[in-house]
Each structure stands twice: as structure tokens, then as C-alpha cells.
Design a protein around this ligand. Sequence first.
Ligand code: GAP
Length: 464
Amino acid sequence: MAKPKPSFMDTIVSLCKRRGFVFQASEIYGGIGNTYDYGPLGVELLRHVKDAWWNRMVTAREDVVGLDSAIIQNPEVWRTSGHVDGFSDPLVDCRACKARFRADKLDEAVCPEKPSKRAGEFEKCDLTEPRSFNLMFKTNIGALEDSSSVAYLRPETAQGIFLNFLNVLNSSRMKPPFGIAQIGKSFRNEITPGNFVFRTREFEQAEMEYFVPPAESDEWYEHWKKVRFDWYVELGIDPAKLRMRDHDAGELAHYSTACVDIEYEYPFGWGELEGIACRSDFDLKRHSEASGTKLEYFDPQTKEHYTPYVIEPAGGINRMALTFLIDAYEEEVLEKDTRVVLRFHPEIAPITVAVFPLVKKDGMPEKAQELVQELRLARFSTFYDEKSAIGRRYRRQDEVGTPFCVTIDGDTLSDGIVTVRNRDSMEQDRIPMGEVVTYLHAAVREWQRPERASRTGEREPLPQ
Ligand code: GAP
């Protein structure tokens, strides 16, 4: 019998493992649920996503500064923020198989004993009444393991920003409207199956709290919705697969007065990529009341103290990386075969440029290494490869999304000319080796995503 064709998500998961993007965590011990490790190319992808976010949100702006706050804070923080009482999912147990599911995500649940049976198909009497389950991971601080030593791993980076509002205000001469940005790990004891790295227990968030005079909050909410949506499109994501979805009143988190999700159409359906929320003055006011320290701004013009409103764009770095990967994947049908290519934006690609000696002799490897050193000095993520036929080396780079390959051949040693091969068009330019850095800077700046090829198996359901 013919093997069933892998689904699109299967293809992505297997490419990630084969080429060293993502591995199952604790794999040799049988794994651990919803937890993954990132391999050599995966860390470069994450790093480039973080750099692109930081560049757009902090470096390119006058009005946003950075922060790196602690993961474990005083547990009072989480009581005040509402997470101890309110950060929970409603869970139900299946009486037949004893598995636990999220009551609000039953359409994603699968009975482990009867994988063909998806919840939604569960008989009502199979399930217990929903019970609330807090998502925060608990730990203990110090030598005692009693209730007085309980602490939490942060479930969002945002609170660390609110705690440092005054510190930043007093140390950096910022005044509203201004923002504080942070990238860092957050932890949630997620119960639902994660769809690979889409939903994991440990993940990196990129969040920015933008503090504004209350009267300006609507205007800034619109500003940040646009900036964040455009950021994905500028980095090559297909706008036809992106949409903005407003939360209705029942969906809003306890702290927000308005929220929109930027959603992407994943192979498993539309899903939240990033949220932009108006958190009003909820957090600063709550922390002011609970701590006794007034988290306010004194406006020297009006001589009044006020609590700023907050607009918060909050995304997950791992989810962004997965989205860039899925969106970049194409199988391009050529005359003789099909090539797999990840059409990453050059800023996002794990490797920006690969350097090859045409053959491993006659001084070509040495010349190629000279170029590698120059490219590394210019801070390009550079990969050197001298093994196997040149065509195969190109294809290996296509599959991991390297936008440029430079080949040193016999002539380079006499005339100094190298060949730059473009991943997307597969066209080749012959240019002097001394001009490669300038050429690449321009090519990265001017990159445009070519028309999209179809992707086989994209609409097939996820394996369970
Ligand atoms: N401070 C607001 C906040 O944390 P959220 O919608 O819960 O809002 C923001 O999280 C983003 O963090 C999400 O849009 C998603 O990209 C990412 N995220 C949340 N939970 C995640 C998880 N379990 N695994 C991976 N990413 C997650």
C-alpha cells in the first residue's frame, strides 16, 4: 500500500528536525509535553526575529526604551495583577479516558484512547463539569518549602515593566507618550495540545507597554495596531493570510478595555499571532494601591499628577518564528525536479550568506575563507561549505532559506571575480570579491518576496 502523504505540518516538523531548527525536549527520555529545544539554525532564526522586533520597536524610535526584568518577582505582584485568582483555564475531565481538556477549546481536543474521536464528538455525559485550573508554575524560594516561600514563574513579561515604570521614568527622562519594551521567557502550564511550537509551556514573549495620556489612548491604539500589522508584512508574511480580529466583550482579559488579535491562517486554522490591548490604567493603579507607591506621572505643564493609560502590543517570539517558517515554505516545481525553498526575508533567515569554493583544491578554500572572514566582520551570518557538488550545496541552502550563496572558482584567484547566486530567482551575478559586502547590503535592503508558489498538502488536517 502506498504511504499516506504527509500533511503540511508534518513536513514542517520534519524539516525542523532534519535541518536543526527544533528538537523535541528531553527526546532521549521520551520527551516532555509541549516543550521543545532549538537547534543551531533554530536559535539563529529566533535571534533574527528578536533583532527585527527590537530594531523596529526600540532602536528605530525615540520614544521606546528597553528593560530586562526578573522572571521570579515578589509573589504579591501576581496577586495584585489578578493572575493568582484569574489566570486560569476551565478544565473538564473525560470520565472514560481520564484525560483533561480545556472546556473552551473542546474542538481541538482529542481522546488519547480513541484518536479518531475528537471532542465535540464526546457525549456530554463523558465529561465532568468545568473546574478552574491556574496556569502559573509555582516554585519555592529559599530553603523552606512551605506556603510562605511560594513564588511563581512569570506568565507574562508585562508586569516587570509596570513594576519599573517609576525607575525608568526617573532614570531616563522619558515622559508620556513613551514605551518600555522587553523580550524574555514566560511560563504557562498549558494543557491543550500545542500544535508544535505554537503553544508551549515555556516561551519567549516580546512585549511593549506604551504609556500615554488617557485622552490619547484611542489614537495610540490605532497607531500600534498598524505598526505591528505592517511589521509582519514588511518581513515578507503573506498579507492574505493575516487578519485583525477584535475581541468581543466576553473574550477580553480581566485587564483590558479593548483588544485586537493579529491572526495568521496556520495549517491548523486561524490562530492568534500577537495581541494589541488597551490595558487602561488598570495595572499601574492596582500596583499603586497594593504597594503604596504611586505609579503616576507629574505633568510639569499642567502641574497635575495622572496615571497613564497603557497600550500593549504583545507577541510570542517562538510563535512568530513558526509563522515565518510556515509562511516561507514553498515547493517550487522546476523543469527536472521540485526544490524546497524557505523564502525568508534576508533579515530573518538563519544564515544570510553561504560561501563555497567550487572545488576543494587549487587555493579555492583559502580564498573562500578570506571572504568568510570579511563577511563575518561585516556581521553577516555566514556559513562555509566545501562538501559535495555545487548544485547540492545550493539546494541545501535553499531548504534552510539562505538568500545568497557566493562561489569562488578557479578564475577568482586570477581575476578576483566571484559568483553570487540568488535563492529566489536562482540567477547568478558575477562581481568583484571586494564588492560582495556592499552588494549584499543593497540586496538585503531591496529584497521583495517573489510571487508565491502553491504548497502541497497545505490544507490537510494535522496529525494527532
Ligand atoms: N501581556 C499580555 C499577554 O501576555 P497573551 O495574549 O496571553 O497576552 C501574548 O500573550 C502573546 O504571547 C500571544 O499572542 C502569543 O504570541 C504568545 N503566547 C502566549 N501563550 C503562549 C504559549 N503558551 N506558547 C507560545 N506563545 C504563547
